[in-house]
Design a protein around this ligand. Structure first.
Ligand SMILES: Cc1cc2nc3c(=O)[nH]c(=O)nc-3n(C[C@H](O)[C@H](O)[C@H](O)COP(=O)(O)O)c2cc1C
Ligand SMILES: C=C(O[C@@H]1CC(C(=O)O)=C[C@@H](OP(=O)(O)O)[C@H]1O)C(=O)O
Length: 388
């Protein structure tokens, strides 16, 4: 399975094409829309999210609620495009820089300057339109399809906020996947404890008032993955590495951590590794899950627990100093609009990005043209390893 995305932030629409999904898998538009809606929520977002109402159109690969085995194309419109037709249209427009809203002032922390240097764009709008996290809309759409596949195989994936600007959510290690779903709705910030929730929102409001931005930590929890998915045989087939890579591919994410992650550096082996046990019902399992569901680049069958760190948003109302690429003069520009914190939305993005990577790994390990065959193959494998 693979997917491509296309689309600019203020262009007409965003598109993703997913290839490699088996035929005859139930797939409904409403399930994708549900994910898209969750990504739009969250305290700290700017005005743009009030303009957009993200809904998917499935334009190919699905008929009467089932996949055909052909590429699936999903489209999401940018409602904001109507205000940007002259600026974003494909036809040449007059050279008036105001009409084209030419950008010559790169924001520290965004892709503006490096993208301009790489592609030779003297108008950095040509960079920011694509580097914008607006693209995560269709990444979520692709991930929603992956989630549907996983769910029907008994695999649940859920993402939520762990920390915002140093304010930590209450420990949720003992919660079931269902209980984690209850806090996965990003509206406005969802954590277990209402006081912590309020504290996080106040901190976001403060950042906004100060013209600043804040980041945080998201966590994704996966239940139901059978042991042995991924591989130790080749470096590029290690599934934990792929998951970490996919987290790092999300805009503004600066690191990923599986299980206790960096904490392992400060502990003894006896406090890090998870003892192995077996019983008739579960087969092999670990008594603890400090390694977060991975050993040797393969799943252990225990829940996958992965965190991602999101840096503060780069566009600041109180901007840092930069240099205008036309005049080479320093400047401190004011901006039109931006999110001040997008961690709750990013948790939803992370959930979907991880889901796609897992669905990809499953379909690679159990290649099947038809979804019922895939389901049978996984069921048989689960039974085989339980009694192994
Ligand atoms: C959901 C989401 C919303 C974001 N919103 C903004 C925003 O409003 N303004 C901004 O400057 N960056 C925003 N970002 C972050 C930038 O897209 C990101 O920092 C930029 O693409 C540069 O990439 P890098 O930070 O990974 O190096 C957002 C990121 C995510 C995941
Ligand atoms: C549009 C989305 O996020 C955008 C991500 C983003 C950026 O620079 O990454 C900048 C902002 O865009 P705008 O300049 O149009 O307000 C965010 O709103 C979205 O998440 O759907």
């Amino acid at each position: 399975m693979r997917y491509l995305t296309s689309g600019e932030s203020h262009g007409k629409q965003l598109t993703t094409i997913i290839e490699g999904l088996p035929a005859r898998m139930p797939l409904l538009k409403k399930d994708i829309d549900e994910s898209l809606l969750r990504r739009q929520k969250g305290h700290g977002r700017g005005r743009r999210m009030q303009i957009e109402k993200d809904l998917v159109e499935i334009t190919s690969g699905v008929r009467h609620g089932y996949t055909l085995g052909s590429p699936i194309a999903l489209v999401v419109n940018n409602d904001d495009f109507k205000s940007w037709v002259n600026i974003m249209g494909e036809d040449p427009v007059e050279e008036d820089e105001k009409i084209r809203r030419v950008v010559t002032r790169p924001r520290p922390g965004h892709a503006d300057l490096n993208g301009a240097l790489k592609y030779g764009h003297r108008d950095m709008r040509n960079v920011l339109e694509r580097s914008s996290a607006r693209e995560t809309t269709v990444r979520v759409a692709a991930g929603a399809v992956a989630k549907i596949l996983l769910k029907q195989l008994g695999i649940e994936v859920v993402g939520y906020v762990k920390e915002i600007a140093g304010i930590r959510a209450k420990e949720i290690d003992t919660l079931s996947v269902q209980e984690r779903f209850d806090i996965s709705d990003a509206s406005p910030v969802r954590v277990l404890d209402k006081d912590v929730e309020q504290e996080m929102m106040d901190r976001i409001d403060q950042a906004k008032k100060d013209g600043d931005s804040i980041g945080g930590v998201c966590e994704v929890y996966v239940e139901g993955m059978p042991a042995g998915v991924g591989s130790y045989v080749h470096y590029d087939r290690k599934l934990d590495a792929k998951l970490a890579g996919s987290v790092m591919s999300i805009n503004a994410f600066k690191g990923a951590e599986i299980g206790i992650g960096f904490e392992a550096a400060r502990k003894n082996g006896s406090e890090v590794h998870d003892e192995i046990a077996w019983n008739e019902e579960r087969g092999y399992y670990r008594k603890t899950n400090r390694l977060g569901g991975f050993e040797g680049g393969m799943t252990t069958g225990m829940p996958i627990v992965i965190k991602g760190v999101m840096k503060p948003i780069p566009t600041l109302y109180k901007p840092l100093q930069s240099v205008d690429i036309d005049t080479k003069e320093p400047f401190n520009a004011s901006i039109e609009r931006s999110d001040s914190c997008a961690v709750p939305a990013a948790a939803v993005v992370m959930e979907h990005v991880i889901a796609f990577e897992l669905a990809k790994a499953i379909t690679e390990q159990f290649p099947s043209d038809q979804f019922p065959q895939l389901k049978k193959a996984i069921d048989a494998y689960r039974e085989e390893i339980r009694c192994f």
